[in-house]
Design a binder for this molecule. Structure first.
Ligand code: ZN
Length: 472
């Protein structure tokens, strides 16, 4: 079966096929690092991870980019208020973000570009838009002229009137031609100068608007047409609508082939979790309350289909923790099983094989992990009964192992834990980190080989080095 994905633009499930056979170019909107992300943001980040893993399982090579927004209004405001530069303010939150991703077992992606390191690309894109009349200057600011792009509003299925009404009036302090026009570049203010958030551009000293960050970095690393662009539903309008306008007005080509949006996480009352209303929990809050990050992962991915709203509650988190326990118990029973000769039961074996097929089919159907897990947990009961009754032989054990591996390719909750390293090995890991910091890559490679001899593989992730024991 082939993968079908729901595309927001076409409002339906579409068979997925990338532009270039076997390779997927995917852009995913990353965090704004002015604070700890709330758990609703992590729902979106884990949906990206699920999509990525399923593409990999399906045999695709994936090139995924996730931006780090380290300059925007809130960042500057907060940095200036605290007497910090934007860099001083954002770096610790960026680190915390990578720590969180790691504890939630989100697989590192190929690139995490920072907005502040790609202002040159944004300036080039804005210049293209100015030259073609899609943008205009107004007292040091540069705006996108929405009237010049007739397809505006197509993704969010808004008509022109709604777009105009929906436009945020708060931005009216600027000199715009039309209320729905949005800023590509903002002239430098005293606050920007204090926070170190200013760049020189041919159209004046200032800083980029938020939307242009994503379109410029997406095109820089993935080309003018991407296969997949994913983000939380809250980014659909105006962010993604604006990204399309910027990219397509400049390139004249379709920007994105499949738009994937994840649903909201709501609080106990069903209200959308958001930082602006204050009804939010961070991952740190949940961990401090004693929840296992892997249970949080299972809750966020396995409880509801990714496009539907998901309600955060202690009960649901406990239910996920219980599922996690049952899953791990079964994996352990299968691992320790010493099958008796002739123990295999043909009906049970077939049930395992069928479950694996149903699981895969559910994932291929717009990543319906909850449906796949529903089928898996039915089988889990049968499997425990079959194990109790001694009806699992060599073939059954192997089939169960394959099923568990298939499920864990998405969940990644059974994987090897971070190894506990002895003092000598830990010292080597630290020496290698130091060698990388000082860019002595020859030394770093030498130490990596020494570690390998000790059965430790070090993987370098943007969140830092991560070690694991070699599977023997
Ligand atoms: Zn974005």
């Amino acid at each position: 079966m082939t993968l079908r994905l729901h595309d927001t633009l076409r409002e339906g499930k579409e068979e997925f096929s990338p532009l270039e056979a076997g390779r997927v170019r995917m852009y995913t909107c990353g965090p704004t690092v002015w604070n700890y992300p709330h758990i609703g943001n992590y729902r979106a980040f884990l949906v990206y991870d699920l999509l990525r893993r399923h593409l990999l399982v399906s045999g695709y090579e994936v090139r995924q980019v996730m931006n780090i927004t380290d300059v925007d209004d809130r960042i500057i405001e907060q940095a200036a208020a605290a007497g910090l530069t934007i860099q001083e303010l954002t770096r610790p939150f960026e680190e915390a973000f990578f720590e969180d991703l790691k504890s939630l077992r989100a697989e590192p992606v190929e690139l995490y570009p920072r907005a502040t390191e790609h202002v040159k690309e944004m300036i080039v894109l804005i210049e293209r838009l100015l030259e073609t009349g899609h943008a205009y200057r107004a007292e040091g600011d540069v705006y996108f002229r929405v009237a010049s792009f007739p397809a505006y509003g197509r993704l969010s299925h808004l008509d022109r009137r709604e777009v105009r009404q929906g436009a945020r009036v708060a931005t009216d302090k600027y000199e715009k031609e039309s209320a729905s026009d949005f800023a590509l570049w903002k002239r430098a203010t005293e606050e920007d100068e204090r926070a170190g958030a200013v760049w020189e551009a041919p159209f004046g000293r200032g800083r980029p608007g938020w939307h242009i960050e994503c379109s410029a970095m997406a095109m820089r690393y993935l080309g003018e047409t991407l296969d997949i662009h994913a983000g939380g539903l809250d980014l659909l309008f105006p962010h993604h609508e604006n990204e399309i306008a910027e990219a397509e007005a400049a390139s004249g080509r379709p920007f994105v082939r499949y738009w994937v949006h994840s649903g909201y996480l709501t609080d106990g009352t069903g209200a959308k979790m958001s930082k602006s209303t204050g009804n939010f929990a961070t991952l740190r809050d949940l961990l401090a309350a004693g929840f296992d990050p892997l249970a949080v992962r299972l809750f966020l991915l396995g409880t509801a289909h990714y496009r539907t709203p998901l309600r955060l509650s202690e009960e649901a988190l406990h239910a996920a923790a219980e599922q996690l326990r049952r899953l791990k118990d079964l994996a352990e029973r299968v691992r320790l099983l010493e099958p008796a000769p002739g123990a295999d039961d043909a009906a049970f074996f077939q049930d395992v094989v069928d479950t694996r097929e149903s699981y895969r089919a559910a994932l291929d159907d717009d990543l319906n992990l909850p449906a796949g897990l529903g089928r898996f947990f039915e089988l889990l009961r049968t499997a425990n009964a079959a194990l109790d009754a001694g009806r699992v032989g060599t073939a059954g054990r192997e089939a169960l192992g394959e099923l568990l591996a298939e499920v864990d390719a998405h969940l990644d909750v059974l994987g090897v834990e971070e190894p506990v390293l002895d003092v000598e090995t830990r010292r080597l890991v630290e020496e290698r980190e130091e060698a990388r910091r000082t860019r002595d890559f020859a030394a770093a490679d030498r130490i990596r080989d020494l570690l390998r001899e000790r059965g430790v593989v070090v993987e370098d992730t943007p969140a830092g080095a991560r070690s694991r024991l070699v599977k023997r």
